[in-house]
Each structure stands twice: as structure tokens, then as C-alpha cells.
Ligand binder design. Structure first.
Ligand SMILES: [Zn+2]
Length: 246
């Protein structure tokens, strides 16, 4: 048996050494939530890391943006993932409002204008940090990009040319693409747009459930399907712009 701490609930749980996943028993009993080793270790590690300020050498927490001793902006920690960069709980279900609030707050702190009167090093760090925050925000805001990023954190990378092989699904996609090519008027385009949004919402819920259950394979299958509907969404947007449909 192995023993590990659940960092979110602050409890200790045990599981068979032969199992690949450590299941927090409280989550398992109450919400069926499974924590993978990588998630647990990453959170334990990030929360316990203490660093030194690059300027004054004082000890600071990894999550500190500004050194409390010398008031200097810290360099982004290379080991942090996008969730840590924005200071939000790691998981597929993200509150858009919380994400936006954290993003704006960080960009306000990191705005290069605040550092232009300081030394060149700090100005450069603020620009690099700001670019990182922008990237983290754009990835975590979109469910498809967020899901792919979460798989990437688990060591699963979807190749560009990963395709769905279910013939029924492919037939539906082909049919939708044909309907889009034939769309004659704004009502047709809006109907296709609404149908596409519904599919994206349904798949987003499926992927959220898969991640909550610790089922990476089901999440991956859902994300592959989402890529097709995302492409259709892009085509609809382009068509609307081209034809001036509001
Ligand atoms: Zn300092």
C-alpha cells in the first residue's frame, strides 16, 4: 500500500501500490473525483516551493509576484503551469468571471508603464511576464484549448493530424459542411451557428465530466470531436463576416 496526501482536502489516503492512479477516498465516495499522481505531486510541489528574490536574495514564496522586502518584480517560475500563473484552481471547469478578474488584476500589476522608470531588468521581466499571462489567459479561456493543455500536462499530446474514425460522426460533419456551403440566407447561417454552439456546449460538458472522473481517454475523445466543431465554428464566423450577417 502507498500513502499520499490529498492537497485539496488536506487528508491522507492509501491505495494499492499496483494501481496507476491514487484515488482520494473522500472524492471517490462523495464526488467520484480522481486525482492523478501528477496533479497531486504538482500541487504539493508548487505550494511548498520557496524561492529567493533575484535582487535582494530574501526568501519568498513561489506564488509571490513582488518581493515584500525590496518591492521588486519576480521572474516567472518556469515550473509553473498556466493555472498557477493566473492563480486559479487547476481543473477543466473554470469560471470565466474569475479568470477575467485574475487576468486583469495581473496585467494591471505587470503593465510595463509601471516599470519604465525602474531598471531595465525589471522592465524586461514585466514584459516577459505580461506575455506569459496573455498566453495563459487565451489558452484557459477557450474550453478546447484548455482541455488540450490539460492533456498536455498529463503527458498526452494530440498531434495536428489526429482524426476521428467513427463513420457516423464523420458523416454528420460532412453533412454540416455541405449545408454550410449551400447556406443561402442569414437564417440558414444562424441555424447552423446555433446547432454548432449546442454541440460545442454538449461536448464541453462531456469533457468536463471526463476530467472530473479522471478519465483522460474519454476527455481526449471529446476534444478530438470538439476540434471538428471548432473548425466549423471558424467557417461560420468567416461566412458571417464575408456576407455581413450580424
Ligand atoms: Zn527582494
Amino acid at each position: 500500500m502507498l500513502t499520499l496526501a490529498c492537497n485539496r482536502l488536506r487528508i491522507v489516503f492509501t491505495f494499492a501500490a499496483s494501481r496507476k492512479k491514487g484515488q482520494c477516498y473522500v472524492y471517490a465516495q462523495c464526488t467520484h473525483r480522481t486525482l492523478t499522481f501528477s496533479t497531486i505531486f504538482r500541487e504539493l510541489r508548487i505550494n511548498s516551493i520557496r524561492l529567493q528574490c533575484w535582487k535582494c536574495g530574501c526568501e519568498i514564496q513561489a506564488s509571490s509576484l513582488i518581493c515584500s522586502h525590496c518591492n521588486t518584480l519576480q521572474k516567472p517560475d518556469k515550473r509553473s503551469n498556466y493555472f498557477h500563473v493566473l492563480g486559479i484552481k487547476e481543473g477543466f471547469q473554470v469560471e470565466d468571471r474569475e479568470l477575467r478578474t485574475k487576468y486583469r488584476k495581473l496585467q494591471n500589476i505587470l503593465h510595463p508603464d509601471r516599470f519604465s522608470a525602474k531598471n531595465a531588468d525589471e522592465l524586461e521581466i514585466s514584459e516577459q511576464y505580461s506575455a506569459l499571462v496573455n498566453m495563459a489567459y487565451s489558452v484557459l479561456l477557450e474550453p478546447l484549448a484548455r482541455g488540450l493543455y490539460m492533456l498536455h500536462l498529463q503527458g498526452i499530446n494530440l498531434e495536428e493530424n489526429t482524426t476521428e474514425t467513427d463513420p457516423q460522426f464523420l458523416a454528420e460533419i460532412m453533412e454540416t459542411n455541405e449545408e454550410l456551403a449551400m447556406a443561402q440566407n442569414p437564417d440558414d447561417v444562424r441555424r447552423l451557428e446555433n446547432a454548432n454552439k449546442s454541440m460545442m456546449n454538449k461536448l464541453t460538458r462531456d469533457v468536463a465530466n471526463a476530467f472530473s472522473a479522471g478519465n483522460s481517454d474519454a476527455a481526449k475523445q471529446g476534444l478530438i470531436k470538439m476540434k471538428y466543431y471548432s473548425s466549423i465554428g471558424t467557417r461560420i464566423k468567416e461566412l458571417k463576416q464575408k456576407t455581413g450577417i450580424e
